[in-house]
Design a protein around this ligand. Structure first.
Ligand SMILES: C[S@@+](CC[C@H](N)C(=O)[O-])C[C@H]1O[C@@H](n2cnc3c(N)ncnc32)[C@H](O)[C@@H]1O
Length: 241
């Protein structure tokens, strides 16, 4: 059972699903495609291994999945709890004849229907921020990864230059919700985007959360001056409590 907050998030993404891709590319001037390519390339090793299994968590309409597919031959699973998002993802996969290589399934990221130690690589793009509890989300990722499996998190973050950060905040707070409202018809979703990014941990805090969840070799790289960041780590044994 989803909590009322998670149900609300699911409803919001389901409502904006038809215009989600268009708005992503429009609002980021297509830079989001490059970010996803960079995220997928961090999973190059498992993706190139036919025996490995990779997961795109909170896969939405599957744009990261498609980048992962391009990077190798490993079978891939995409999971998301929004049916309309997955429906669009299935259409994309079908139009590229990729249904055999990729399985999509409807699931809550906080209660994944996979046994422990299932995946060799796991990526989540713009998904972690939306979970009710980020630490619980990272714990669940840790659980389903095999030992030494790699996690990659792509998320909005904090631009490091103060002036750039100010300009970006202005755009994010004042311009983006207006465009989002016009194109999707759901202004509140794009106000939520701004608010959720404000609340989300910055680069250093997310490194700490990953480490606390039991990931080792945790590191990050800023993208586009820190508008977004890629974090990664490998599943290690949990540190003793
Ligand atoms: C901003 S979209 C990102 C989609 C995709 N990863 C991308 O890069 O475009 C966030 C996605 O996370 C999904 N999501 C949010 N909370 C979730 C949860 N608790 N379980 C599963 N999916 C969730 C939403 O349905 C939505 O498709």
């Amino acid at each position: 059972m989803l909590s009322p907050q998670a149900s609300q998030i699911r409803e919001m993404f389901s409502l904006i699903a038809p215009r989600y891709d268009l708005l992503n590319h429009l609002l980021s001037l297509n830079v989001d495609r490059r970010w996803r390519r960079q995220a997928a390339s961090l999973l190059a090793d498992p993706l190139q291994d036919r025996q490995a299994l990779c997961l795109d968590l909170c896969c939405g309409t599957g744009d990261l999945l498609l980048e992962m597919v391009k990077r190798g031959c490993a079978p891939i699973v995409g999971s998301d709890f929004s049916h309309p998002m997955l429906k669009l993802g299935r259409q994309k996969l079908a139009s590229r004849r990729l249904q055999r290589r990729v399985q999509l399934l409807e699931a809550d990221a906080l209660r994944l229907p996979f046994p422990a130690n299932t995946f060799d690589g796991l990526a989540v793009a713009f998904g972690l921020r939306n979970l009710e509890n980020w630490a619980d989300g990272l714990e669940e990722m840790w659980r389903v990864l095999k030992p030494q499996g790699r996690v990659v998190v792509l998320e909005f973050s904090r631009p490091s230059h103060p002036v750039f950060n100010w300009l970006f905040q202005l755009y994010f707070q004042r311009v983006l919700p207006g465009i989002g409202k016009r194109v999707s018809g759901h202004g509140s979703a794009y106000r939520y985007l701004h608010d959720s990014v404000q609340e989300f941990p910055d680069q250093a805090q997310l490194c700490r959360l990953l480490t606390e969840a039991g990931f080792a070799e945790v590191s990050f790289r800023n993208l586009s001056g820190g508008i977004a960041a890629l974090h990664w780590g490998v599943k290690n044994r949990r540190p003793a409590a």
